[in-house]
Design a protein. Structure first.
Length: 376
């Protein structure tokens, strides 16, 4: 097993820097999802690693081996694309077996690998069927099984679920989840779909405008985004943001906002920051018809039911610069709230993130003024 490393990797298309000086290691035996909005450079980065695209500058290493100038076939990687690549007119079994015939394998090893890949991808029932007769989702499973059976050191997935019909998506995602858990290969999985990344990844490398801006296990990335972009991009809806004033000097800082009944003591924040941004996930905002500890009065403008029964509640708080925002609450809470009218809102301090003027996370601990500082 080996890791994949890229060093100062850059790809320009004219004036556009599709991949912008990326240095990063994809750890061996782990699933790393490259996640980011459309056009941020995920596919280009993956294609350079695969050798399908030449880099403008920088290098790609598989373990200690510089593969920057090797052709794709010499890199010994498996690739699964958006559209399933299968040989039509022949069976599932033969599709998986064919690439193995050019490898120097004993017949028994070949059969073992095909059977194992068929089993792993849940294709036993369709093994004898002609792939032309299968739906897109099952064809994609065949494409995955074929790469798995070759046992390359690395497997690269480029949005394999995106073009599969809605009915097969969930099933394919489940199969991929089981598969990636049982494989020991180094896997890079490109997706713009955060649910897919959250489900499949050991770690998510979040991309923005040609750069990897943060890499962390899914939960950590979700709970502690390194910048406002991560807060906004992840979540449905993403984090809500409010401007707030941070006053005082190191050791005695206070955060004031109409969202808090009294200034909040902040420890850990250093530097000159005065205008900061508060970020909180909509599902962490607490709402109640009656006052809560640390709550302020708010106004419900609208409430709508979401898939899954949660309520999305549009609110306003007097004195807030950017005024309206949305909270997401459990059905049991949402049902009891008025469709419009007064309510009480509280931001649990341990769920609040602070960002500086450049949008970068400020490592700080928040507590009600007067409460003991446990960080000290
Ligand atoms: P998507 O999810 O939409 O595929 P992505 O994050 O994978 O997006 P890329 O496909 O890598 O993004 O593209 C990154 C940028 O490079 C985009 O602005 C795209 O238009 C541009 N780009 C990609 N390939 C080429 C090319 N061959 N010629 C010119 N520009 C390109």
């Amino acid at each position: 097993m080996a890791d994949i490393r890229v060093e100062h990797l850059t790809k320009t298309f004219g004036a556009l820097r599709a991949v912008d000086d990326v240095s990063f290691a994809f750890p061996s035996g782990k699933v790393t999802c490259l996640l980011g909005p459309s056009g941020c450079g995920k596919t280009t980065l993956m294609r350079i690693i695969a050798g399908l695209e030449a880099q403008t500058a920088g290098a790609v290493y598989f373990g200690d081996h510089d593969v920057s100038r090797l052709s794709p076939s010499k890199r010994n990687i498996g690739m699964v694309f958006q559209y399933p690549v299968v040989y039509r007119g022949i069976s599932v079994y033969r599709n998986i077996e064919l690439p193995l015939q050019s490898m120097k394998l004993s017949r028994s090893e070949r059969i073992r690998r095909v059977d194992e890949a068929i089993y792993l991808m849940g294709l036993t029932a369709s093994a004898a069927q002609d792939v032309s007769k299968l739906d897109n989702g099952t064809r994609q499973k065949v494409a995955v099984a074929r790469e798995v059976a070759r046992q390359p050191q690395f497997i690269l997935f480029d949005e394999p679920i995106t073009n599969v019909d809605a009915a097969s998506k969930l099933q394919l995602k489940r199969s991929l989840k089981e598969l990636t858990r049982s494989l020991s290969q180094t896997i890079i999985y490109v997706t713009h779909d955060q649910t897919e990344a959250m489900t499949l990844a050991d770690q998510i490398a979040l991309m923005e405008e040609g750069k990897i801006v943060q890499c962390a296990p899914p939960r950590e990335l979700y709970n502690h985004p390194a910048d406002r972009f991560g807060g906004w991009f992840l979540g449905n809806p993403g984090m809500v943001f409010f401007t707030a004033a941070l006053s005082g000097t190191d050791g005695a800082r206070a955060l004031a906002s109409p969202l808090f009944p009294a200034p909040i003591a902040v420890s850990g924040a250093t530097g000159e920051a005065s205008d900061v941004t508060i970020g909180i996930r909509p599902e962490h905002i607490r709402l109640s018809a009656d006052p809560l500890p640390g709550s302020v009065p708010a106004q419900v403008d609208r409430k709508t039911v979401q898939i899954g029964g949660q309520y999305l509640v549009a609110l306003t708080v007097d004195g807030l610069a950017n005024h309206g925002f949305k909270a997401k609450v459990a059905p049991s809470v949402g049902e009891r709230l008025p469709a419009s009218g007064p309510v009480h809102v509280a931001l649990p301090l341990d769920q609040v993130s602070l960002f500086d003027a450049a949008g970068n996370r400020i490592a700080a601990t928040l507590r009600p003024a007067g409460a003991p500082n446990r960080a000290q």
